[in-house]
Write a protein that binds this ligand. Structure first.
Ligand SMILES: [Zn+2]
Length: 197
């Protein structure tokens, strides 16, 4: 596929734009790696180890959300330099804010940290398939890559429902990788809702 290179405001990073949808095999296992390890590895080997580490942080945020009585979804935003810009879990109940999904919180914090409304070159890791609202925000923020865990046929907006990134009105489509630590993320959600039945 031919990819269009585009330079956008308030960044020195060259990004690739266009309808790119990639898939890893479902149920890709998560490994216990530290983010610092990938700095010592040659380029080309760092990313797979890094995304596994960052999803572990997202899972930890999901567990913390459970302890607050929130739906256990966690997210991490990683900058172009591979440093964590923000990590958060759902806080809709705590903030009385239906938009306070984990993805929205890390996008807001990340744009403030970068002093830019666009997150060029950034990666977003989230334990659950983003809903349509969050997927639209991810597109608006020009997030480069989206990694998510469990799929969400009921409320997801990436592979289900609105399929925001495939929609003709979408201005930007990140690379999408699904199924990363999906079993762990799904177990957290299942246990949360079983307790509340
Ligand atoms: Zn959402």
């Amino acid at each position: 596929m031919r990819r269009r290179s585009q330079r956008l405001p308030c960044s020195d990073f060259e990004v690739l734009d266009g309808p790119i949808f990639k898939r890893l095999s479902r149920g890709t296992p998560i490994l216990k790696m530290q983010p610092s390890l990938d700095k010592s590895r040659p380029s080309g080997h760092g990313r797979p180890m890094a995304f596994e580490s960052f999803m572990e942080i997202a899972l930890d945020e999901a567990r913390k959300a459970t302890s607050r009585g929130e739906v256990p979804v966690g997210a991490v935003l990683v900058g172009p330099d591979r440093q964590v810009l923000a990590h958060a879990g759902n806080r809709t109940r705590e903030l009385s804010d239906p938009t306070a999904h984990a993805e929205m919180l890390v996008i807001r914090e990340g744009t403030v940290a970068l002093a830019c409304e666009r997150l060029l070159g950034c990666d977003l890791y989230v334990t659950l398939e983003p809903c349509a609202m969050c997927a639209a925000a991810i597109a608006a923020a020009r997030v480069a890559r989206l990694y998510y865990g469990a799929s969400d046929p009921k409320s997801g907006g990436v592979a289900h429902g609105a399929r925001i990134f495939s929609h003709p009105q979408s201005h930007h489509s990140p690379e999408v990788y699904d199924g990363i630590a999906g079993a762990e993320a799904a177990t957290l959600l299942r246990e949360f809702f079983e307790i509340r039945r």
